[in-house]
Design a protein around this ligand. Sequence first.
Ligand code: UT7
Length: 346
Amino acid sequence: MTASPSKSRFKNPRARYNFVGRTCSVTGVGAYVPRRILTNADLEKLVDTTDEWITTRTGIKERRIAADHEHTSDLATEAARRAMQDAGITAEQIDLIIVATITPDMFFPSTACLVQAKLGAHRAAAFDLEAACSGYIYGLEIAQQFIMSRTYDTVLVIGAEKLSTIIDWKDRNTCVLFGDGAGAAILQNRPQSHGLLTAVMGSDGLKADLLCMPGGGSRCPATAQSVAARLHFLQMDGRETYKNAVQAMQTAAREALQRCELAIHQIHCIIPHQANQRIIDAVADRLGAKPEQMFVNVNKYGNTSAASVGIALDEAVRCGRVRRGDLVLLVVFGAGLTWGAAVIEW
Ligand code: UT7
């Protein structure tokens, strides 16, 4: 059945029902976080920090740490299983698997291929996507393109990280901030259904050095010296990253809203990248959003990079903060630099 353009409440050409009756709907979400909890009190024993500093500067109280035998593909697979159950689909129905991660199991093959094998999704093509903390929204946008172009009907997007393996546990500037976990979504063509209205993506490679892991790639392969110099750990200029995050997130959010001809007060739930409570508050303030519109769980999981908004979206749906017909705004920022925003009619 072909959907009528008149049924859309949006005039914008990128809004839903504009691609001859196809809609990219989020039909299921799922998340998985490891059992082990690392509290701020635990970190006080590792580095020169305090619960008070971490709480007031970031809002983080605890984060999850994967077990040694639990790899990024395991976290991703569990989140995917939950999303598939939510959507009511089997592995055989999946056409494409996209895994957004900066902590793949290995350089190659892709973590997406490992997830494909674990799920038994034999029909699916699979690849990894690297856009750091922005990866989940990049994944949604790519999935939408494949669905709207009629290439695929069912796409599994996963953001998954085992950041604990690239954290320098001697660096108090970074080790208090991050955690492990995975969030997943099933996107499907559902004519006349609700869906992903728009997604905005952006990047600025001139600021690549602000947040990076210098070692391990072709520029600085692993050597005894590179390990001794701690180049295989994440490094960040926190202050500059903070400033860029606030600016890029508000700009991306504004662009996504503008494309859908929506005002901020029409959005029921805003799910920002969960990096720092102060960044979230600053973005809300600049967008003119009310605190009750913001969904925040950074206190429980810290910054899980590509998994962050996926985990938060899943929680927001499960606890009833996002309900059928609601307008949801996702907004992210990460290394690259990269950023993005997406509007979904749930
Ligand atoms: O996922 C996307 C990318 N990541 C982000 O979005 C993170 C962006 N940045 C931030 O969230 C914040 O910049 C941080 C939370 C990382 C830091 O907060 P800040 O208010 O910008 O602190 P700061 O870097 O200006 O450091 C203030 C002080 C410094 O001491 P001095 O130089 O003023 O004496 C740090 O050495 O706090 C010190 N400090 C700590 N003290 C206790 C840094 N880390 C810690 C710590 N415990 N864990």
